[in-house]
Ligand binder design. Structure first.
Ligand code: PRX
Length: 573
């Protein structure tokens, strides 16, 4: 143990954030802005700062920006090539009449085409909406409908999940695939790219102009469109330095899909704003494939998630030992609580500490983190980044002293904070209390300033790092002809963090059977998304509800876990 404690101490050497305490006391975001060319020119576009600026630099232009690897494809694009490819796509968009502020969505797996399109969208000043390729029809529909997206970029394989007849705003669909699979009426990506110029006059925007929308789940209602603006680049860049510790010559791998905010803020912006080579690995997760990627591409900085680490852990240390992981200098985690057990395993398997980071879709960038020079306390999310004030507040927004559990809250005004919930101003307002952004997580702060995550305060489920809203699953369940009512909760699970458990009651004339339950499960899986399908399902006569008809998920959960039922005074008779 003494040995381990020593290993948890901060590492010395050359790090971008050497003195946390001093920087925290003195840092001002105004300082960070000086890293950007717009500080002098007044001309802003995040795609310019991330890509074109390096493409214009004779010393950087030939460096690999994107190293894409999948089982059947490997491709490298330099900053100059990526700049040209995204210019071409920007020209394609212009030709199709896409303008500043338009919503252009992407529904496709990670690929060089994805990144060229994504950057092209930003270059015309439009707003990009990346969607997980795992989404099924309902999930795709709700997001495109809410955002009033006018264009979608997808693949011929995924097209059947896009209900175009129910999406009046969706005027154009670009297909990335073989020309022979592309029917009339669709825009053929490769054909258009062939003919497009690789010169483009980038659209200069305002720092407060729209950049990306990420849909995410809450405990009530449909998924909400979290709206981010170009200003976020200031924090993407700065946390890339301090937290990812990116340095010249680094090879960086973020395992997250860009359908999730981690895959854009830290899978696109932070690495490229800092001018490092970005490895993108396609294909399915297997422990061997991942270790091989670290080894073969000589990854130096690696950002992943507890679920993945737990899977690697259960595959055994011996698998790790088969590979040369000596280039890996810095490992980080996000998305769920990072169990102390995983941190100790990391010390053995990689001889490295895993650095937890906390943030949310809504916060746009990392806020509470463990830094290379800081002692790690396993189980703690770390300390706020310089320029950010974090605290624990009560339900009235008053700060609580150390060691008291409460709402994890952030003082309003960090650069990457969302600027709106798309078309739902009241929802946006509901996050704020007394000058604090209230996260919905409960946590406490220890005497030394470390934050400790305790749980979600709402009913949002975190299964393998995927944020799932119970309402969305319940809504889908009751669309099934056999289901009359449904209540959905997250149930603790050692590998996935939580699994989705559904309680359902059946319509008259339906009998419980394994076949029926499997049919219902498949219905959610093929209608919404595989990760949203309940892994466990119980049939009950009735679902507990409040007198106003709200499903009491808290009570379902307490009963499931054998915990005290708490206040049930609002329970319907
Ligand atoms: O509950 C927290 C959990 O994930 C939520 C945010 O999910 P999402 O918007 O999908 O974004 C995650 C990636 C930025 C949080 O409210 N969460 C995130 N990071 C951690 C975490 N829980 C514990 N420890 C973390 N490091």
């Amino acid at each position: 143990m003494a040995e381990e404690v020593k290993e948890l101490q901060g590492s010395n050497g050359q790090h971008n954030l050497d003195n946390y305490k001093q920087t925290y006391e003195n840092f001002d975001w105004e300082e960070a802005k000086k890293a950007f060319s717009w500080y002098d020119t007044g001309k802003v576009n995040i795609a310019y700062e991330a890509i074109d600026r390096h493409a214009e630099n004779p010393n950087k232009k030939d460096q690999v920006a994107l190293h894409y690897v999948a089982p059947d494809r490997e491709e490298k694009l330099t900053f100059e090539e990526l700049s040209k490819q995204s210019n071409k796509f920007a020209n394609v968009l212009k030709k199709q009449g896409i303008e500043k502020g338009d919503r252009v969505f992407l529904f496709m797996p990670r690929s060089p085409e994805f990144y060229a399109s994504f950057l092209g969208i930003l270059k015309v000043g439009a707003i990009a909406g990346p969607l997980f390729e795992a989404f099924m029809e309902q999930a795709v529909h709700d997001r495109l409908e809410d955002s009033e997206a006018t264009m979608l970029i997808t693949t011929p394989d995924l097209l059947y999940r896009v209900p175009q007849d129910q999406l009046p705003d969706l005027k154009k669909v670009v297909l990335v695939g073989d020309s022979k699979d592309i029917e009339d009426g669709y825009i053929d990506y490769h054909e258009e790219m062939k003919n497009a110029s690789d010169d483009f006059d980038i659209e200069w925007v305002d720092l407060e102009d729209g950049m990306v929308i990420h849909y995410t789940s809450g405990s009530t209602g449909k998924p909400k469109g979290v709206f981010h603006v170009h200003n976020a680049m200031i924090q993407h860049y700065q946390t890339g330095k301090w937290v990812l510790d990116l340095q010249e010559g680094d090879v960086y791998w973020c395992t997250a899909d860009p359908g999730w905010v981690t895959g854009t803020s830290y899978g696109v912006f932070a690495p490229w704003l800092n001018g490092v080579t970005n490895v993108v690995v396609g294909g399915r997760f297997t422990p061997d494939a991942w270790y091989k990627a670290l080894d073969q591409y000589k990854v130096t900085v690696w950002y992943s998630a507890p679920t993945a680490f737990r899977k690697l852990m259960s595959a055994g240390e011996e698998v790790a030992k088969k590979y040369d992981l000596s280039t890996v200098r810095h490992i980080l985690s996000v998305g769920e609580p990072l169990n102390p057990e995983v941190v100790y395993w990391g010390l053995k398997a990689f001889d490295r500490r895993i650095h937890d980071t906390w943030w949310m879709t809504e916060t746009g960038a990392q806020l509470i983190c463990n830094y290379p020079t800081m002692e790690i306390r396993p189980g703690s999310m770390g300390k706020p980044i310089p320029g950010v004030v974090a605290s624990i507040v009560d339900d009235q927004g008053n700060e609580l002293p150390p060691n008291r559990m409460g709402n994890l809250a952030i003082k309003e005004g960090w650069p990457a904070m969302m600027r709106a919930i798309w078309k739902r101003p009241e929802k946006y307002e509901s996050y704020f209390l007394n000058g604090w952004y209230v996260s919905g997580d409960s946590a406490y702060l220890d005497e030394d300033g470390y934050f400790w995550f305790q749980g979600r305060l709402d009913d949002v489920i975190n299964t393998s790092g995927e944020r799932v809203g119970p309402f969305e699953v319940e809504s889908k369940l009751i669309e099934h002809e056999a289901v009359s009512e449904a209540g959905v909760i997250g149930k603790p699970d050692p590998e996935r963090g939580e699994i989705i458990k559904a309680f359902i009651s059946l319509n008259e004339g339906y009998e419980e059977s394994d076949e029926l339950l499997e049919d219902i499960r498949q219905f959610v899986k093929t209608g919404l998304a595989a990760h949203a399908a309940p892994r466990e399902m119980d049939v009950t006569d009735s679902i507990p509800k409040t007198r106003s008809g709200k499903i009491m998920r808290r009570l379902l959960k307490a009963r499931e876990l054998g915990l005290p039922e708490g206040d049930t005074s609002t329970l319907e008779e």
